[in-house]
Design a binder for this molecule. Structure first.
Ligand code: MN
Length: 236
């Protein structure tokens, strides 16, 4: 059986020797491979003709975590903590729209959820702690990435609920931004107790789903392995 090709967006870094590099944390690669997909790195360097060439050959696209989205893309409030990677915004926003137009199975993780919301016309809190009254702690970067930080309530009747088959579960949390205004057409599928949306999907698409947490660091939990497996199966 042919294994589906899953493109995964990557970021730019500088190695400790000072060399520019393209980076993708291995947890994404391992999670996709374990779910039966072939992980393919999508460097932010691709121009539009290049990614337009690549996209039809991919069976699914995973929009990975990373830097903040430039607030100019959603008229967001400026905040001193914002750290953007403009090259990723430049490829990922149009790539996501093209993937959805082609009804290509798409999974968004953390920044990937934010890319999905912004690409479809939604907005973000640019620093949850200062902008969402009563916000929980969502930035747990000083703890191991698998740390279960807060609960999420999963909305009944959603694709996400069907996959996770748990109405309430604890997840990790490695973000300081989040959805403020949900984009038209998207359905909220999970909420934290402070009211933040942590899951979204496009109900009419084959598989267009995103989560604010990092399931790739939670693959010891059967629910999260199921999330990757369902995505890869949809791409099959
Ligand atoms: Mn969170």
């Amino acid at each position: 059986m042919n294994q589906p090709l899953i493109g995964i967006t990557a970021c730019h870094v500088t190695t400790k020797e000072g060399h520019p590099a393209v980076r993708l944390l291995r947890a994404y690669v391992t999670a996709i491979a374990q779910a039966g997909g072939v992980p393919i790195l999508i460097p932010p360097d691709l121009d539009e003709p290049a990614w337009q060439t690549l996209l039809p050959r991919l069976d699914g696209v995973l929009f990975s975590g990373g830097a903040d989205i430039g607030p100019e893309h959603f008229a967001g409030e400026l905040h001193p903590t914002i750290e953007v990677e403009a090259e990723r915004d430049a490829i990922e926003l149009p790539l996501l729209r093209a993937a959805l137009n082609a009804d290509k199975p798409t999974l968004g993780i953390c920044r990937g959820l934010q890319v999905m919301n912004v690409a479809l016309g939604g907005t973000l809190y640019t620093h949850i702690l200062d902008q969402l009254p009563g916000a929980l702690q969502h930035d747990w970067h000083d703890k191991p990435r698998s740390t279960l930080a807060h609960p999420v309530r999963v909305e009944e009747g959603t694709r996400l609920a069907e996959i996770l088959s748990a109405p309430m579960l604890k997840v990790n949390s490695l973000h300081h931004q989040g959805i403020q205004k949900l984009a038209p057409g998207l359905k909220a599928t999970a909420y934290t107790p402070d009211g933040l949306i942590e899951g979204i999907e496009l109900p009419e698409n084959k598989f267009t789903l995103a989560v604010q947490w990092h399931p790739e660091w939670m693959t010891e939990h059967a629910e999260m392995r199921r999330l990757f497996r369902t995505f890869v199966e949809a791409a099959q």
